[in-house]
Design a binder for this molecule. Sequence first.
Ligand code: GDP
Ligand code: CA
Length: 327
Amino acid sequence: MRIVALAGGIGGARFLRGLQAAAPEAEITVIGNTGDDISLFGLRVCPDLDTVMYTLGGGINEEQGWGRAGETFAVKEELGAYGVGPGWFGLGDRDFATHIVRTQMLEAGYKLSAVTEALCDRWKPGVRLIPMTDDQVETHVVVDDPERGRRAIHFQEWWVRLRASVPAESIAAVGAEDAKPAPGVLAAIGDADVVLLPPSNPVVSVGTILAVPGVRDAVAAKTVVGVSPIIGGAPVRGMADACLTAIGVETSARAVAEYYGADLLDGWLVDEADAGVEVDGIEVRSRPLLMSDPDATAAIAGAALDLARELAAGAAGTAGAAGEDAR
Ligand code: GDP
Ligand code: CA
């Protein structure tokens, strides 16, 4: 079975680990969000790709969900002693090495997809990890900063420095319209038996991947099942509600499914707290959706696959029946 998943960082990576446990024989391709990428201290940092790579490769700080296990912060402290920031973005010493290798390879002319493959040679995440694009796409947020007035800032500055405490007036994936899917992205989607949307941020993670021209249409042609990141009207962890509000989408499992659209989604898993939710044109199932431990997470991934298989079989049945009618 060939599975493609569109993933952001923490939520995506945890789900993927469950997916590997639920489908150990499957060939999994992960299309990673790069809209959160940022250049710091002259280094290219790809938070979502790294979170997936470290989580599946056994190097993640489990409690935090991002960054390396056993991390130290000597370089950051030394930079701070020179008055060199930003201090609000946590880059540890071990993590720095990843960004140095990446930047060196990018400067030598390698594309981000090739660099990511090289980094994964070390981590062996057990999936094929491809950035959504090799082109630069950066998510920017327009805020009315009480101190500095109305301006557009990098997503990371809004998310990490301001903790999304200032409302976003708008969110834009700058560069997305002109970006091309990275080599292998459209082929992997085309070859997939099922495409899964993990409980990643629907706006700035999955939404950004879908904004790369060609990706949404390729995904929509497949059997697609998503897992709601919203449970009982609230994001389970983090501040995804701030992103939904910014684009005028209600923070609810139903509204997120409608935002993805019935042209894209075939099946939608919602939590038991949202049992009874119905969305036109989408098969909705409820079950516990808290990724509280590896077993619970594997069961969620397994349920997503079961629903996908069922919907794919149904679609094949319908096509077969239509074919017979024609005869
Ligand atoms: P990313 O978008 O994958 O980078 O990851 P985030 O860590 O920002 O998480 C994305 C979303 O996943 C959050 O907005 C939460 O709403 C959702 N989320 C986090 N933990 C869980 C969980 O245990 N279950 C479900 N269903 N959603 C979760
Ligand atoms: Ca992210």
